[in-house]
Design a protein around this ligand. Sequence first.
Ligand code: SAM
Length: 305
Amino acid sequence: MQTDDAYDPPCSNAAAPPEEIDSLPQPASGLVLVSTPIGNLGDITIRALDTLRHADLVLCEDTRTTAKLLSAHSIGVRCEPLHDHNEDHRIPGLLERLRKGAKIALVSDAGTPLVSDPGFRLVRACIAEGIKVTATPGANAALLALTLSGLPPHPFLFLGFAPNRDAARRTNFAGLRAAEQAGLAATMIWYEAPHRLAEMLADLATIFGAREAAVARELTKRFEEIRRDTLPALADYYATHQARGEIVVLIGPGAVETGSDADIDRLLMVALESMSVKDAANAVAAVTGTTKKAVYARALKIRHN
Ligand code: SAM
C-alpha cells in the first residue's frame, strides 16, 4: 500500500495553491464585473465569492435576488440597485466613490453582467476616467448554448433579444439575411422569452429557410434540454408545444443563394406586411441576389392580388 510519504502527485502543478499560479491578485479598488450562476448555484467561482466578500459595495439588478446568493455564502456586504432606469443617474456618484478607492462589484440577476444586462454605461464611464475595471468570469447562457448546440462555434454572432414587435422583428431578420447574402457566415444566437418562442421560430423559418438550428432551455437546471433540428421542424414543434423556462435560440450559418421565385414571393409576403412595395423589393433583392426590377414586378403583383 502506498503511504503518504511515498505519494508522488501525478502532476506537480495540480497541488499548487492559487497564489503560486500566474494569477491576477484581488484588486484593492476599482470596478469588478462578477459573473454569477444562470440556474445552478454551484456555478459560482471561488474568485467571485472572494471578490463579493471583500467588496465595499455590490451593485445588482434586483437586491432580493442577489441577497439570496450572498446569504447562501454567508456574505454580508452592502447591495444597491443598478438597472437600466437608474444607471445614468447613478454613474457620477459611483465614479466619485471609485476615485476615492472603493472596490465595487457589479453582478446581474444571472450570468455575466452587461450581456443583455445593465452595466455597459458604467464600464465605459470607468474606462473614460481611467478607473480600473476587471472581472471574475463565469456562466453565460449564450456561450454555453453555443458549445452544446452542435452548430459551428465560430464565427458566431450574439444578437441579444430580437425586437418584440412582429414588424420590427421581421425587418431585423430580413436585414440579417441580407448580411448573409453579402457574405456573413456565422452561427447566430438570440435570447428569447418562452411566450414569444413560437412566433420567433416561425419568422426565422420563413426568412432563413431550412437550415440546422437549436433551442437550448433551462441550461444548468434540472430540466435542461437542447433540441437540435432544422429550423422549420423546430418552428413546427414549438407551434404546438408551449415552451417553458429560459431559452436560447441558435441557427447555423446559411449558404449564399439566388432565390427561386417561390422563395422570393415568400420573403416578399413577409416584407410587404411592414414595408412599402419599393422598400420590400429592395430588401428582398438584396437578400436573394435577384435584380431589383424583377423583384419589384413580383412585389407589385402580390400587393395587387
Ligand atoms: N447575463 C445573462 C448571461 O450571461 O447569460 C443573460 C441575461 S438575459 C436578461 C436573460 C436571458 O438569458 C433569458 O431570458 C434567457 O434567454 C437567457 N438565459 C439565462 N439563463 C438561462 C438558462 N439557464 N438557460 C437558457 N437560457 C438562459
